[in-house]
Design a protein around this ligand. Structure first.
Ligand code: ATP
Ligand code: MG
Length: 414
């Protein structure tokens, strides 16, 4: 069985919103062992939606559409499907009652427009949407299945999870092989270096397949296998994971949904250590990332954004001689910032960062992208120098990632 997904909405074509619905559906279908061969998007235009449906029906057995089920004139998906399949729309009494009820419960008068949402193609199965006004719909015609889902992502997920998934499991025969993935996350190693270290594994295109993805200054290594069970998945994945970690384990920090910020939180909690930061070029980004984790108040005390030299000197107490002798972007300043912020904010660990995020302000000696990251306290006293490339934001984000990683590795070694 071949499937494809069509997202409907002019906003998608204008680049106003990202097509997260297709992304979600593609992932879910893969998990169910259903092959997705095409993703496409089309605007709110009757002729073009009809064309998209016709093309999809010429090559796929299962076609899922999202969006355009609302009450307004630009919501055309049902009309288009009805036209293509020659199945007239009728006003379904149960849907009218449901809509009346929906608005009554909320104490709002239903507008006449909403009655459009009670129109159903003849012979369709109606999929209940408990959180919105647009029901989903399944239509079966000439051995092809068409599934229509609402556009708002929360409603789309709700209808898919509650209605479509069980229906697919019961009605669609798949190869019974499920696609499972497991992601290993690395920091501090470049994509090309990681590629080099595990090239033979990457090229061995068997079950599992292994692929690298660069993501926000991290490198993710995704292992994907076609399997019949979680147990079989682990049997296939474990030896490959072990082999990869034997080679590049020092750069690995965690799996799947776990983030660097979470790992750090866990480590600081376990060691019962507190952390503060002094940030120049990142302007609080490290503190922001650390405090994005619920419960971070257990180990994170605060931060000083010491952007100007006057703040470095007057609030952080970085000695004026260090600033004038070595400059604000220097190993000496970074170490002094870390040491002083630790003292001023009374913490176990002080993490500091200073650098040139650009695009201006670079010199021959101190180019844009030059960053010093220092960590002081609890027998740790390190400063690392990096030169990052990219836009101002790339450099700032990457600096904060490398700072978090320096923290992670230093605590690990304690
Ligand atoms: P409504 O009843 O709200 O009109 P609808 O089924 O007609 O629902 P659309 O009007 O197409 O859906 O989309 C409603 C909103 O849902 C959009 O403004 C957009 O924010 C979001 N949305 C629609 N399609 C997608 C998509 N493919 N990916 C992510 N978000 C989407
Ligand atoms: Mg709409």
């Amino acid at each position: 069985l071949q499937s494809e997904i069509i997202s409907v909405g002019t906003e998608l074509l204008l680049g106003d919103i990202l097509d997260t619905n297709s992304n979600y559906l593609a992932k879910e279908l893969a998990r169910l062992g259903i092959d997705v061969f095409y993703l496409s998007s089309v605007g709110d235009n009757l002729t073009r939606i009809q064309d998209a449906i016709r093309i999809a029906a010429s090559r796929s057995d299962l076609i899922i559409l999202t969006g355009g089920l609302g009450p307004t004139d630009d919501d055309l998906t049902k009309q288009a499907l009805s036209n293509v399949l020659g199945l007239p729309l009728y006003e379904e009494a149960k849907e009218v009652a449901r809509l009346n009820n929906f608005f009554k419960k909320r104490g709002v008068k239903m507008s006449l427009n909403n009655l459009r949402q009670a129109l159903i193609p003849q012979g369709a199965i109606i999929l209940e949407n408990a959180i919105g006004t647009a029901s989903g719909i399944i239509v079966n015609k000439d051995e092809k299945y068409f599934i229509l889902l609402p556009g708002p992502p929360s409603e789309m997920k709700h209808v898919f999870e509650k209605q479509v998934k069980p229906w697919l499991k019961a009605n669609i025969s798949t190869s019974r092989d499920y696609l499972h993935s497991h992601t290993l996350k690395f920091i501090g190693i470049s994509e090309s270096r990681l590629n080099f270290e595990i090239e033979d594994i990457l090229n061995n295109n068997a079950n599992p397949t292994v692929a690298l993805l660069a993501k926000n200054g991290e490198i993710h290594c995704r292992l994907t296998a076609k399997v019949k069970s979680q147990w079989e998945f682990e049997m296939l994945i474990d030896p490959v994971k072990k082999e990869i970690l034997e080679r590049v384990g020092q750069y690995y920090y965690g799996d799947d949904d776990i983030s660097l910020e979470q790992i750090i939180g866990k480590m600081l909690t376990e060691k019962n250590l507190t952390l503060v930061t002094a940030e120049s070029c990142t302007g609080g980004m490290i503190a922001q990332r650390i405090t994005s984790i619920p419960g971070s108040s257990e180990y994170f005390l605060g931060s000083i954004v010491a952007y100007a030299n006057s703040v470095k000197e007057n609030i952080l107490n970085v000695p004026r001689e260090i600033l004038s002798n070595y400059g604000a972007v220097s190993k000496e300043t970074a170490l002094a910032m870390a040491e002083e912020v630790k003292k001023v904010l009374k913490s176990d660990l002080g993490l500091a960062i200073t650098g040139i995020a650009g695009p201006g302000g670079g010199t021959e000696e101190k180019p844009v992208g030059l960053i010093y990251i220092a960590l002081v306290g609890y027998n740790i006293n390190v400063c690392k120098k990096y030169i990052f490339t990219g836009t101002r934001n790339d450099i700032r984000w990457r600096s904060s990632t490398w700072a978090l990683n320096l923290l992670r590795r230093s605590i690990e070694e304690l």
